[in-house]
Design a binder for this molecule. Structure first.
Ligand code: SAM
Ligand code: DTB
Ligand code: SF4
Length: 332
């Protein structure tokens, strides 16, 4: 299993990214089949537990307080609301609940204690729990891990060079620091980015280089297509084509073979055939449910119809990927 490595050069990833598309999909698909069960897709449900009013200036984000979008600010949800949403997600076939908060960083206050309770509750309900709460310290990451958190999502969004064009209120280094804290706490990492913000192909490749050269690859890499939202600085960006999503997913699959590649935001604009090619190219996970954090997403029934057509099944909670199962056997 020696294809997993952390010394990729920009040129090597560029050569993969720029391959003729069908050749790239074919090769990515072969890698996918070697490390993962291609019939299974991990289904996550997103829940915005604290919406809007964020002090950061991320140009893509409808939840930044400084942009005038239709998003209504909402204080932290109650434990009951989270339990209800978790039950609905479970019934819809999701194995992971992902809680998102429009925070710059976690503060050690009552809200954080309440989030720790939510994590304990969801774990008891038998689902994997992921949080995306902004920057966190190692101590906070340990508290989340002790509460039963499975993964922490913190996207690097783009290349280091392009990052400053999109966000000025924090640095790329800040993002990487949080990822280190998450790793030290023994949590799994979910970190990816967005395409369609006006970045170049080199920026997309640079983002993958940063992720693929982390000492341990993120267990999950979400690839989002920008959802342009009225009122944000990126509202008028042209939507990326499905071909670019397929190319990006296939490249991610090739450079991080053991990782679960998540076909994330942007599926409303993709037809079933394009999504099928994303699964073929190595996507092993989606966000399901009719809302992402604040923007629309295909509903559970639409996705289950798609799974039926393609012969896919939702992955069970806590089941290891094929290559991890094999490693476990080797260790035994
Ligand atoms: N505030 C926390 C943070 O920034 O890490 C967590 C929530 S934030 C909304 C999570 C991620 O959603 C961002 O890092 C970004 O990659 C993605 N995102 C936000 N708005 C988006 C949009 N309009 N289109 C695509 N992805 C978006
Ligand atoms: C990720 O990479 N994509 C999700 C999740 N991680 C948190 C968020 C997408 C948000 C899309 C815009 C919205 O719905 O507000
Ligand atoms: Fe805030 Fe996260 Fe949105 Fe940036 S992406 S404005 S940090 S909620």
């Amino acid at each position: 299993m020696s294809d997993i490595r952390s010394n990729w050069t920009q040129e090597e990833i560029s050569a993969v990214y720029n391959m003729p598309l069908l050749e790239l999909v074919f090769r990515a698909s072969a890698i996918h089949r070697k490390y993962h069960d291609p019939m299974e897709v991990q289904v996550s449900s997103l829940l915005s537990i604290k919406t809007g009013g964020c002090p950061e200036d991320c140009s893509y984000c409808p939840q930044a307080a400084r942009y005038h979008t239709e998003v209504k600010v909402h204080k932290l949800l109650s434990q009951e609301e989270v339990v209800k949403a978790t039950n609905q997600a479970k019934e819809g076939g999701a194995s992971r609940m992902c809680l998102g908060a429009a925070w710059r960083e976690v503060r050690d206050n009552r809200d954080f204690d309440a989030v720790l309770d939510m994590v304990r509750g969801i774990k008891k309900q038998g689902m994997e729990v992921c949080c995306t709460l902004g920057m966190i310290t190692e101590e906070q990451a340990v508290k989340l891990a002790d509460a039963g958190l499975y993964a922490y999502n913190h996207n690097i969004d783009s290349s280091e060079e392009f990052y400053g064009e999109v966000i000025t209120t924090r640095t790329y280094e800040d993002r990487l620091e949080t990822l280190k804290n998450v790793r030290k706490a023994g949590l799994t990492i979910c970190s990816g980015g967005i395409i369609g913000m006006g970045e170049s192909a080199d920026d997309r490749i640079g983002m993958l280089k940063t992720l693929a050269n982390l000492p341990v690859h993120p267990e999950s890499v979400p690839i989002n297509a920008l959802v342009p939202v009225e009122g944000t600085p990126l509202a008028d960006q042209e939507q990326v084509s499905a071909w670019e999503m397929i190319r990006m997913i296939a490249t991610t699959r090739m450079v991080m073979p053991g990782t679960v590649v998540r076909l994330s935001a942007g599926r409303m604009q993709m037809n079933a055939e394009a999504q099928a090619l994303c699964f073929m190219a190595g996507a092993g996970s989606i966000f399901a449910g009719d809302k992402l954090l604040t923007t629309p997403n295909p509903d559970f029934n639409t996705d289950m119809d798609l799974f039926k057509t393609l012969g896919l099944t939702p992955k069970q909670a806590y089941k290891p990927a094929k290559h991890q199962e094999e490693t476990l056997v080797e260790i035994k």
